[in-house]
Design a binder for this molecule. Structure first.
Ligand code: GLA
Length: 409
């Protein structure tokens, strides 16, 4: 159940070796550039990023890795060709102009980031690449942001450019908006770019300032984040996410505010008649979630895990009842975690990510995590006839280039 694999060097080193092998097998070349970008778990602060609010994500040691080499022959034409090892599919993207040709969905993230570089006037030479990933797809752990950020990082290497980290996150977000059709906020891309090995990041999405939240040294190893994947696949492209965002914007407009960041819980309560039931619930979630997020960061800093856990449960209830982005399988997982309770080592639990399926994140005592994971797996399988995957999330550094010699036999 632990996050580390048996591979020497851990899961990232294993992915790097896979990418290198994939490039040799598919294109017969050795990498000149390699880039890795992590997924993230969001501790708390859900659906607040596009409302200029606060989020508390942590980059985790699950990654997308791209290995690339200059195109071997002129037959390849002026394109980058990228092979996805897990999907067994290739895509060819022209490096001239920024035309939106039709590509498979997984490749739209790559296409969007490439377009971001091209429209900034950066010359991208033709190359061939292999993409590997160990981030569960559609699990709410930002597999798509990691693809975007890995591509942006690879392109920094290929074009010998170094972007400002926030600019890089924005290029990635633009790709998601314009090419994948999801009007997401900046959280996932910023977390993947700016992740820290020390733990979560408190991000103020209004000014994009990032503050690492360090746990007190004395309690650091006693508490871990347990991720449980419900295997209910979420898709944010089907319109529900965009509808929530539009509802928030409408609520802010009716309240005369630039965004819900500037609104208090009391103002929402006072405007209930004007907002109507749906917008009241959406706005209430956002304004209370902002408060919970800042309070959770403070509680974690102080090692006040019971307090942090209570805030996580409250966040889940708000996402379930007011924001309406949970599903029965996820509610069951949170309920099972609360049954284990403090006595069994669980401080708190909630849905993480965009919602409509995906994963829960639970704050648990490290020395009880195995028993907790077993209890949740059994209860979940009994209740849903689905298998659960549980693993401990370890904080990791943000996206980076990797020495092309790494992982060489
Ligand atoms: C998705 C989006 C993020 C954020 C979360 C919800 O992960 O990509 O921008 O809005 O949903 O918190």
């Amino acid at each position: 159940m632990s996050a580390s694999s048996d591979d020497p060097g851990g899961p990232l080193a294993a992915l790097v070796r896979d990418a290198r092998r994939g490039l040799a097998a598919r294109f017969g070349s050795s990498p000149r550039w390699m880039a890795a970008a992590p997924g993230r778990v969001n501790v708390i602060g859900e659906h607040t990023d596009y409302n200029e609010g606060f989020v508390l994500p942590m980059a985790i040691d699950k990654h997308v890795v791209l290995a690339a080499a200059p195109a071997a022959s002129s037959e390849a034409g002026d394109v980058v060709e990228i092979w996805s090892d897990s999907l067994g599919e290739a895509v060819r993207l022209p490096v001239q102009g920024s035309a939106k040709g039709s590509v498979p969905h997984w490749a739209s993230y790559l296409q969007g980031v490439l377009a971001g570089f091209l429209t900034r006037g950066l010359q991208v030479p033709p190359f061939q690449a292999v993409l590997v990933s160990n981030i569960p797809l559609g699990g709410g752990l930002s597999s798509s942001a990691a693809v975007e950020v890995a591509m942006a990082t690879l392109l920094e290497g290929v074009t010998k450019t170094r972007l400002d980290p926030r600019e890089k996150a924005r290029i990635a977000r633009q790709a998601e908006h314009d090419y994948a059709g999801v009007p997401c906020g900046i959280m996932d891309q910023l977390a993947s770019v700016m992740g820290q090995e020390t733990g979560p990041l408190l991000i103020d999405c209004r000014d994009e300032s990032v503050t690492p939240v360090r746990l007190a040294e004395s309690v650091k190893d006693a508490t871990v984040l347990l991720i449980c994947n419900s295997h209910v696949k979420h898709s944010l492209g089907d319109g529900a996410y965009a509808r929530r965002r539009a509802e928030c914007e409408e609520a802010a407009r009716l309240l005369g505010a630039r965004s819900l960041r500037d609104v208090s819980a009391a103002q929402v309560a006072a405007a209930e008649a004007q907002l109507g039931p749906i917008l009241t619930k959406r706005a209430r979630h956002v304004v209370t979630e902002n408060e919970r997020t800042v309070a959770t960061a403070e509680a974690l800093r102080q090692g006040a895990f019971e307090r942090a856990g209570q805030l996580m449960y409250a966040s889940h209830r708000s996402l379930r009842d007011d924001y309406e982005v949970s599903v029965a399988e996820i509610d069951l997982l949170v309920e099972l975690a609360s049954k284990v309770g403090l006595a069994g080592g669980v401080y708190g639990s909630r849905i993480t990510g965009g919602g409509f399926g995906g994963c829960t994140v639970s704050l648990v005592k490290a020395d009880q995590v195995d028993g907790i994971a077993r209890f949740l797996s059994e209860g979940y399988e009994r209740g849903t006839k689905r298998a659960l995957s549980a693993f401990v999330a370890r904080p990791t550094a943000g996206a980076h280039l990797i020495d092309p010699a790494e992982g060489a036999p």
